[in-house]
Design a protein around this ligand. Sequence first.
Ligand SMILES: C[S@@+](CC[C@H](N)C(=O)[O-])C[C@H]1O[C@@H](n2cnc3c(N)ncnc32)[C@H](O)[C@@H]1O
Length: 336
Amino acid sequence: MDNVSSTFHSSRQPVYRAEYGAAYCGDSLELLADLKDGTVNLVVTSPPFALQRQKEYGNEVQDRYVDWLLQFARLVYHKLTPDGSFVIDIGGAYEKGVPTRSLYPFRFAIRACDEVGFKLAEDFYWFNPSKLPSPIEWVNKRKIRVKDSVNTVWWLSKTEWPKADVSRVLTQYSDRMKKLLQDPESYYSPKKRPSGHDISKGFAKDNGGAIPSNLLQIPNSESNGQYLRGCKLLEMLGHPARFPTKLPEFFIRFLTQPGDLVVDMFAGSNTTGSVAEVEARRWLSFDLDLEYLATSAFRFVQPNTPEEQLRELYAAIMAGLPVDMRDYFVQKKLFI
Ligand SMILES: C[S@@+](CC[C@H](N)C(=O)[O-])C[C@H]1O[C@@H](n2cnc3c(N)ncnc32)[C@H](O)[C@@H]1O
């Protein structure tokens, strides 16, 4: 028995397993339902978006989208531990044929709280500076809208007190703060600011880093070394809607501890599982598409794994053979 298969009620064979987790192919509605209640510490995921243009991985039309997504949210609620969290990255979209935005990311958050029982622990915004301008009609041609480069990322929790520790996700101090820490006297004399904030001497204490904000600036321009190399060698396209490793990494570190269970129910190229593996969190990744999961296994191999071995790995997964990534030298570092 490995680390995670006992989380299911029934016995299931993963597409592949690694040291801390396993990837399963199937409909997440069914896979989530089969998980034991109260066992998951964090679900971090990015669903197929309700874009107007149908993407190759399939979308529900906007009208039905929120109802569809709420079915998953209801299951997630039951599977989370009482201090568990559900982090969902939802990109925005325009309404059909007009330059006005769909409200669906907001409708989802409101209904997940009002109808399912989630709390909105905090709203995050993922700013992707490398996003290309779109939609072309409103932004490039008519020049009546600016480029949309922010996704909403809702941090929902089962109770008001989800497990969280900001000290695990501190960022680098600014140069000004570093100077202040070196020589606090010449920067601040303790006093009340006009805002009423009391800037006491404690402000100059070195906490090991700065507290991050809820605006996460992460360019989605990772080269995805092993993953894309493998796809290229096998002449396959990479998953069209990957999120950058830094996004799940932030929430995995912030909201879980080593040994906790992390689930991605729309895993795609299994960015989440590969980060969880490196962070020594147990993980379960689900996706409908076997090919996406088969190529996602490349994330777990050593750099420069020979093409032959990658072909063998891909073929074994597609043939439904049991694959243990430890036979392919699971890497303990992400090569991105
Ligand atoms: C936006 S992509 C996720 C990409 C992922 N975050 C990554 O970094 O590669 C959404 C994924 O959800 C999968 N999907 C859609 N409906 C599903 C369902 N009912 N059960 C499982 N997976 C589903 C699609 O196949 C697609 O790969």
